[in-house]
Design a binder for this molecule. Structure first.
Ligand SMILES: [Zn+2]
Length: 115
């Protein structure tokens, strides 16, 4: 019988070939409790925080910030922006993230389509 997976684990899913969007999942005792997705441009060294989700019963524990810190740590030297998302709860969280809300459009991202 395998040993139970205990504690908090960050599982990173880098962008698939041909895409620019990566995902990091936060697992607690092998259950997904949160995730963050971001879209990056390696040419410009910019990254956009797309989506941060933490399960309702696990909010206000710093998991969202841990996910954002993990995303940022994977791309050192990148400049981040964090557009305001839809939804009151997500917006309330996002307003506490000290990233700029918008950046000039990136020619690379505008020129390609993710599938
Ligand atoms: Zn670019």
């Amino acid at each position: 019988m395998p040993a139970p997976e205990q504690g908090l684990i960050l599982a990173a899913h880098p962008p698939a070939a041909g895409t620019l969007t990566g995902r990091i999942e936060l697992r607690l005792d092998n259950n997904a409790v949160g995730s963050v997705t971001d879209t990056c441009c390696p040419a410009c060294r910019t990254a956009v925080l797309d989506y941060v989700h933490v399960a309702a019963e696990h909010r206000r524990l710093g998991y969202g910030r841990a996910l954002i810190a993990a995303a940022r740590a994977r791309m050192p030297g990148y400049t981040w922006t964090a557009p305001l998302p839809d939804g009151g709860t997500a917006q309330a969280f996002r307003t506490r993230i000290p990233y700029p809300r918008a950046a000039p459009p990136c020619v690379h991202r505008a020129a390609r389509t993710d599938h």
